[in-house]
Ligand binder design. Structure first.
Ligand code: OAD
Ligand code: ZN
Length: 336
C-alpha cells in the first residue's frame, strides 16, 4: 500500500456542535461495575452497552466517551494521530496556515510542499529533508500532555493500538511500548541505501545529519535515506495490523490530524458503524466531515485543552500529573 496525499480534498459538509448532546436524563443503568457503586449512564452510553437505552442510536457527548472509558466498557481503544499532537511540543505541523511547514517553504528551499517527502526530489537534493530531520533529532523535543494521556490509556490496559503518522518519535519517548505502536509513515530508527538497499541503524546516519553532511552508503556510495515513508512508497508491514485492529476496536480516537494523506486517512472509516469515533482537532476534517456517523463526537479547538478536559471527565487528573512528573524527571535525569 503506497502513500499518497489528496491536497484537493476539502471538507464538503461541515458538521460539529450538533454531535454533542447534553445527557437527557433518560439514562440507563449498568449495574455493579467491578464491585464499585452502580453508575448511571446517559441514553447514548446505555445504547452502546445494550442495557436500557433506546434502540435508536443516541448521540454521544465527550462526557459519554469518558464514561465508556472509565467504566471499561471500551477496552480496545484504537488511536489515530498526526502532527497536531506534537505542536504543543514545539514541532510545527504541515498544513496549518501560517505556522505549518508547508506555509514556510523558504526555509527548506523546496519548489512545492510535498517535495520534501518525494524520493525523486530527495535524490536530486536531499538537503531540505535532512534539515527537517535535524530539527526532529530525538531529544530536541519532549512529549506533551496528549502523548502522556495516551500512555495512561496504555497503562490502564485499554490501548489496543496507536497509529501515528508522526516521525518525531514522541510516542515512544512517552513510554508507550513499540508493540502498541504502528508508525505508519516510518521512523528514524533505521536507514536504507537508495541504491543497493543495504540497511543500517539510525545512529549511523545521525552523525552526518547533525554535522550537516549528506549520509552516503559505505558500500556503494548511494545516498542513505532514513526509513521514513515518502509519497509513492509502501507503508511498513506493521501497517497491515489495521486489518485485525480496526474491526475489533470498541472506540476510535482521532487526534491532531488533517486526515489528508492516504491510506492512513481512510482508516477512520474502517471501524464498525456502531463504534463511537471521537475527533479532537482544531478543525473539522476528513471523512468525519463529509460522511459523519451518528456516534461521532467532535471536540474542536486546542488539543491540549480538549485532552485536559477529557482527562478531567475521566477523573485521571492526579494520575496524569504524577505520570508527567515521573517522566519529566526521567528525561531530566538522562540529560545530566
Ligand atoms: P497536518 O499538518 O496535515 O494536520 C495537522 C492537524 O492538526 C490540522 O488539522 C491542525 O489544525 C491540527 N492541529 C495542529 N495543532 C493543533 C493543536 N494545538 N490543537 C488542535 N489541533 C491542532 O498533519 P498530518 O495530518 O499529520 O507525511 O499530516 C499527514 C502527513 O502529511 C504527515 O505524516 C506528513 C505530511 O506530508 C509524512 O511525514 C510522510
Ligand atoms: Zn549502497
Amino acid at each position: 500500500m503506497a502513500l499518497w496525499g489528496r491536497p484537493a480534498v476539502r471538507a464538503l459538509r461541515l458538521w460539529g456542535p450538533g454531535a454533542h448532546v447534553i445527557c437527557d436524563g433518560k439514562g440507563g443503568h449498568l449495574g455493579n461495575v467491578g464491585g464499585r457503586r452502580p453508575i448511571a449512564f446517559s441514553a447514548g452510553v446505555s445504547g452502546i452497552l445494550g442495557n436500557g437505552g433506546s434502540s435508536k442510536k443516541e448521540k454521544l457527548s465527550l462526557q459519554d466517551i469518558a464514561e465508556l472509558i472509565r467504566a471499561r466498557a471500551c477496552q480496545r481503544v484504537v488511536v489515530m494521530v498526526g502532527a497536531g499532537i506534537s505542536t504543543p511540543s514545539g514541532i510545527p505541523d504541515f498544513r496549518s496556515p501560517g505556522s505549518g511547514r508547508y506555509s514556510n517553504l523558504q526555509q527548506y528551499d523546496i519548489p512545492y510542499p510535498e517535495a520534501i517527502f518525494e524520493l525523486s526530489f530527495f535524490l536530486y537534493n536531499p538537503k531540505p529533508f535532512l534539515s527537517l530531520a535535524k530539527k526532529l533529532y530525538p531529544g530536541n523535543h519532549r512529549p506533551n500532555v496528549t502523548h502522556y494521556f495516551l500512555r495512561l490509556l496504555h497503562d490502564k490496559g485499554q490501548l489496543l493500538r496507536l497509529y501515528t503518522q508522526n516521525i518525531d518519535g514522541l510516542e515512544r519517548a512517552s513510554g508507550i511500548p513499540a508493540s502498541k505502536l504502528v508508525e505508519a509513515h516510518g521512523s528514524f530508527a533505521s536507514a536504507t541505501c537508495t541504491v543497493c538497499r543495504r540497511t543500517a541503524p539510525g545512529e549511523n546516519f545521525w552523525a552526518d545529519v547533525l554535522g550537516d553532511r549528506v549520509p552516503y552508503c559505505p558500500v556503494c556510495g548511494g545516498i542513505m535515506k532514513p526509513d521514513i515513508v515518502f509519497f509513492g512508497e509502501s507503508l511498513p508491514e506493521r501497517f497491515l495490523l489495521h486489518v485485525v485492529d480496526f474491526p475489533m476496536t470498541d472506540l476510535l480516537l482521532i487526534l491532531g490530524t488533517s486526515l489528508q494523506v492516504e491510506p492512513f486517512a481512510s482508516l477512520s472509516e474502517a471501524v464498525r458503524s456502531s463504534v463511537p469515533r471521537l475527533l479532537m482537532n482544531r478543525d473539522m476534517v476528513g471523512p468525519l466531515a463529509w460522511r459523519p456517523r451518528s456516534r461521532d463526537v467532535v471536540q474542536l479547538g486546542d488539543l491540549v485543552h480538549s485532552v485536559e478536559r477529557l482527562v478531567e471527565l475521566l477523573g485521571w487528573t492526579e494520575e496524569m500529573k504524577d505520570l508527567v512528573q515521573q517522566e519529566t524527571g526521567k528525561v531530566t535525569g538522562c540529560d545530566k
